[in-house]
Design a protein around this ligand. Structure first.
Ligand SMILES: NC(=O)c1ccc[n+]([C@@H]2O[C@H](COP(=O)([O-])OP(=O)(O)OC[C@H]3O[C@@H](n4cnc5c(N)ncnc54)[C@H](OP(=O)(O)O)[C@@H]3O)[C@@H](O)[C@H]2O)c1
Length: 323
């Protein structure tokens, strides 16, 4: 399957390395806003076709799937261009800046019969799959609470991607999307969203704490931060035990199952590559099968996660300029 990579930043570098580990994946093309950067990237990864504009890459009839690795604020425009050019799309998280933009991409992909997926790689991690299976078979009883935190200290720079509203900056869309998507995976979309946090001078959220509420009292307690470094762990608590997802929970290599009355059991895995190969394989399999979405990261979940994050950002008064 012939892939094109759009953007040459930090994550494009790492994910491209993992793509090349997946059987039957050829990275045929890369685009950058600057041709010299595209050429350097292409040389590093052995990619035959560098382009100086993403429209040129999308006009290449041999590219079947594109990986969108621009800042969040550019995801909608670039992914839209790709779908209009007839390409299947894997788009980085946070998927878009608004619910309407996420819905727009989903509608377009479905209309064109093209595969589209948010690159929420955590859902394809082998231990997160195992966690899902053991929750589904009742090992820890009825799930009542999910805890998850993701933060690190990032030097403040109003122009940098993490802090810049024009690039969709802030802790929630960049880091908090992991705890929010994790809670959605286990509990679904919340009926109640409470959020509290602080804003950076640029107006984006520097830190945010969330309480998500579900009918019947189940809840999730989540946080994201660019000003503190919590343990990046998750715990799924049920009526008959709990599962601890070790740090970093977004790419775990260990989980510990504590079942009431039993000795704890720890399961470990050595991840393939940097941990992104599983989601790449999913795209390959789903595109081959002619599917428009992945059952593990379905369109409805991507849109629901955007809805929850938007409710939280609205509570803090965070707004983004239209790109
Ligand atoms: N899945 C993960 O583990 C993970 C990890 C980190 C980030 N991400 C996500 O990946 C996306 C990119 O993050 P990153 O850390 O790679 O960011 P980055 O290092 O700043 O790279 C972003 C790249 O996007 C391109 N770009 C296109 N339009 C741009 C614009 N208007 N302003 C700035 N850059 C623009 C640039 O490449 P060119 O100069 O070549 O055009 C730039 O190098 C974000 O959505 C982020 O949330 C995911």
């Amino acid at each position: 399957m012939r892939w094109g990579v759009i953007a040459t930043g930090g994550i494009a570098e790492v994910v491209t390395g993992d793509m090349l580990r997946v059987p039957d994946v050829e990275v045929l093309a890369v685009s950058s806003r600057r041709i010299d950067r595209a050429r350097e990237f292409a040389e590093r990864h052995g990619i035959p076709r560098p382009y100086g504009d993403h429209h040129e890459l999308l006009a290449d009839p041999d590219v079947e799937v594109v990986y969108v690795a621009t800042p969040h604020a550019q995801h909608h425009e670039v992914a839209r261009d790709a779908l209009l050019a007839g390409k299947h799309v894997l788009c980085e998280k946070a998927f878009t800046l608004t619910v309407a933009d996420a819905e727009d991409l989903v509608a377009l992909a479905r209309d064109r019969g093209l595969f589209l997926m948010e690159a929420m790689w955590t859902r394809f991690n082998p231990l997160v799959r195992e966690l899902g299976a053991l929750v589904a078979d009742g090992t820890i009883g009825d799930v009542r609470t999910v805890h998850a935190d993701f933060g690190f200290v990032a030097d403040y720079d109003a122009r940098a991607r993490l802090w810049n509203p024009a690039m969709g900056g802030g802790s929630l869309l960049d880091l908090g999307v992991y705890p929010v998507s994790f809670a959605h995976l286990l509990l679904g979309e919340p009926s109640v969203v409470h959020a509290h946090g602080s804003l950076a001078p640029s107006g984006v959220d520097a830190e945010i704490g969330l309480l998500l509420g579900y009918p019947g009292g189940a809840h999730a307690l989540l946080s994201a931060s660019l000003v503190t470094a919590p343990a990046v762990r998750a715990t799924v608590v049920g009526t008959m035990g709990r599962v601890e997802v070790h740090d970093p929970f977004f790419r775990p290599e260990a989980i510990t199952v504590h079942r009431t009355g039993e000795e704890p059991r720890t399961r470990t895995v050595a991840l393939d590559g940097a941990g992104y190969t599983y989601q790449i394989q999913e795209v390959v399999d789903r595109v081959r099968a002619g599917d428009v979405e992945s059952p593990r990261m379905p369109h409805a979940d991507t849109v629901a996660v955007m809805r929850t994050m938007t409710r939280a950002l609205d509570a803090l008064g965070v707004t983004f300029p239209r790109p």
